[in-house]
Design a protein around this ligand. Sequence first.
Ligand code: NAD
Length: 352
Amino acid sequence: MKIITVDASKKYDILVGSGILEDAGTIIKEAAGGQKVCIVTDDIVETLYADRLGKSLTQSGYGGHLVKFVIPNGEASKNGEQFLSLLNFLSTSKLSRTDVVVALGGGVVGDLAGYAAASYMRGIKFVQIPTTLLSAVDSSVGGKTAINLAAGKNLAGAFYQPDVVICDISLLSSLSDEVYKDGCAEVIKHGAIADKSLFDSLKTPINTQYEDIIAQNIIIKRDIVARDEFEKGDRKLLNFGHTVGHAIEQLSGYKISHGHAVGMGMAIETRAANKLGFCDEACLTDMLNMLKLYKLPTTVQYTVKTLAEACISDKKSDGGIISLVFPSVFGKCFIKYIPVNELENVIRLGVD
Ligand code: NAD
């Protein structure tokens, strides 16, 4: 098992290993304490893993005080209605500020449960048990929590660090190909922004080297978050592919999943970077080949104008300026601030 310590506004451990769900009760008791636990999960993950988690929690003394809140799986559940229902559920279940919300699931469950944990009584104990590759390498690390609003992704949320993250890689064996590929997109992103050797190692399938790859990704994100927890500067690098990606997700009515949309976003942002002279042809070819290796899409069906408008309604546009992340060489990206009225031209370079 690997233990990675995050030293942000809260200091906590991320545990990565195989079979550690069985020890979750003990780990949570030690890291978060409390008397009661609310497991937040979705209807797919519930049938797969909630009983095993419940058993472990019961053995650690939470037995008589265990409740469960189950949402329909999928991005559509990351909304205000589920958020309020969860807050009401926590209050009718009489959880106090020292009790614990445990997110058992992918990024949707983690983002929703985390925001509820941040809001309920102005902050309750919070534990993440990621069950997708994406949530293991990205969404469970760094403390961003959110729900979507009608105008766009993640428009309401909070920075709220968990008390511990328990990443049991054996849970990833039940992922569908499409959900696995979503996580691969975020792993490719981390390689592209911070670590050429990680990027190169992805030529061997990620699922044959989960423990090492997940730990490497967590460390990359942990180090960026340590420098800039509240996204004033460097943390924006993690948005590589996301400015355009979020727009694609939203335009598809969330039928295109987050990881696939980020893959398309990285392809568009890298093509634009190449045409603007920020990165060379080899960098562009490496990126497109890697996305294709993981069977992630590199083109979009939306018009340039529609994409630009959707990007501008996303939260990354600030006072007429929008930030985009471009690669310079592989393993290195930089943040460029551009006026929103130039965005359409930049996207055109990436789409054509
Ligand atoms: P998800 O949570 O919707 O999970 C995808 C699907 O996989 C769901 O149908 C789920 O039921 C199923 N699933 C989960 N675990 C499974 C398992 N072990 N076996 C079988 N099926 C399983 O999607 P995701 O890709 O994990 O997360 C995407 C979300 O994460 C988006 O909302 C995105 O905005 C968010 N995100 C947040 C951050 C952050 O920093 N907070 C970072 C990146 C992405």
